[in-house]
Design a binder for this molecule. Sequence first.
Ligand SMILES: Cc1cc2nc3c(=O)[nH]c(=O)nc-3n(C[C@H](O)[C@H](O)[C@H](O)COP(=O)(O)O)c2cc1C
Length: 355
Amino acid sequence: MPKPEPDYARKSMVYKLIRPAIFLLNAETAHGLAIAALKRKPAGKRAVAGGKLSVRVAGIDFPNPVGMAAGFDKDGEVPDALLGLGFGFTEVGSITPLPQSGNPKPRLFRLREDRAVINRMGFNNGGAMAAIRRFEARRGTPGVVGINIGANKDSDDRIADYARMAVAVAPFATYLAVNVSSPNTPGLRSLQDEGALSELLDAVIKARGEGGPPVFLKVAPDLEPADIDAIARIAIDRKLGALIVSNTTLARPPLKSKHACETGGLSGAPLRDLAQQRLRDFRSATGGAMPLIGVGGIACADDAWARIRAGASLVQLYSAMVYEGPGIARRITRRLGKLMKRDGFTSIAEAVGTE
Ligand SMILES: Cc1cc2nc3c(=O)[nH]c(=O)nc-3n(C[C@H](O)[C@H](O)[C@H](O)COP(=O)(O)O)c2cc1C
C-alpha cells in the first residue's frame, strides 16, 4: 500500500488549489482571513525541544531553527496556532505603546511574478494594552514566542517608547526584539546610528530588568560597512542575545511585477541574496561572537541551510508563506534534517558558519 501523504504535503496541495482564489482578494484582506482561519485551527503538532534540529541561542532552547518573522502576527493573536504549524518559534509584533492605524490603504502588495511582497503598513497594531491582555490569557503556555517592539510614529521620545514597551512585555516574552529597521516609520532607522543605538539599547536593557528575557536587535539590509561594524561592536558590548538580519529593503533589484514601483519595504525572493550577504557581513563583523538570525527571502530548506552555513543559528520567514502556504515550516524542517545528514553534521549548531 502506498504511504499516506504527510500532513504538510496535503496542506500544500490544498493551498495550491485555493491560492488562485486567495490571490483574487486584496492582499490585506487575504491576510486578515489567514489570521481568522488560524484562530479557528485545531492546535496542531508542535515541534518540541531536544530533537535533532534543536538549537540553543541566548539560553533559549529552540525546538527547530525555523521561525515565523515579525509582521505576520502583529497583535499576538495566533502565536500558538503558528507553533502548531511546525515553526520552532514565532515573533509577535511589532507592537507600539499606543494603538495606531498605520498608513492609508492600499499598503500591502503581492508581486506574484517576483515571489515578493512590498509593504508600507507603518506599524499598524492594537497597542501594548490589547496585546498584553492576549499574553495574559496564554500565560504559562509553552513555546518560544519573541515579542518585537517598536515606537509610535508621532511619539516625541522614541527611546522612551522602546523602554516602556520593554517593561510592559518582558514578563511575557521568551525574547525581546528591538526593531529599529522598519522603513515605513519616517526616521526610525536613524536609531541604528551609533549614538542613538547605544542610548536605546541601554534604556531597553535597563527597562527589561535583571533576569528578564534576552534582547535581540533587528537591523535593515540597507547598511554601509561602517554601520555594520558599529552595530556589531555595540551588540557585543551590550551582550545582546542575537542580531536579526534583516528587515525589508528599500532597494529595488530588477522586478517584473506591476507593483514594482510601490513605495515601501521589499521582501521575498528578490531580498534573498542581499539578506544572505548582510548575514555574511555581520558574521565577519562579529567574528562569530554574536548569534545571528537570518531572515529575508527564505522559501525552502536549501535557502535555510545556506543561511545557516553562512552564519545563522536560526532563520525566519514571512513572504514565502504567502506563496507556499501553511505547510512551509514542516516542509523546510523535514528536509533540513536530511541536508544536515547529507553534509555530515549532527546538529544545527555544528553547521553554523561553515560555508
Ligand atoms: C506585510 C509585512 C509586515 C511586516 N511587519 C514587520 C513588523 O511589524 N516588524 C518587523 O520587525 N518586521 C516586519 N516585517 C519584516 C519581516 O519580519 C521580515 O524581516 C521581512 O519580510 C523579510 O523576510 P521575508 O522575505 O521572509 O518576508 C514585515 C514584513 C511584511 C511582508
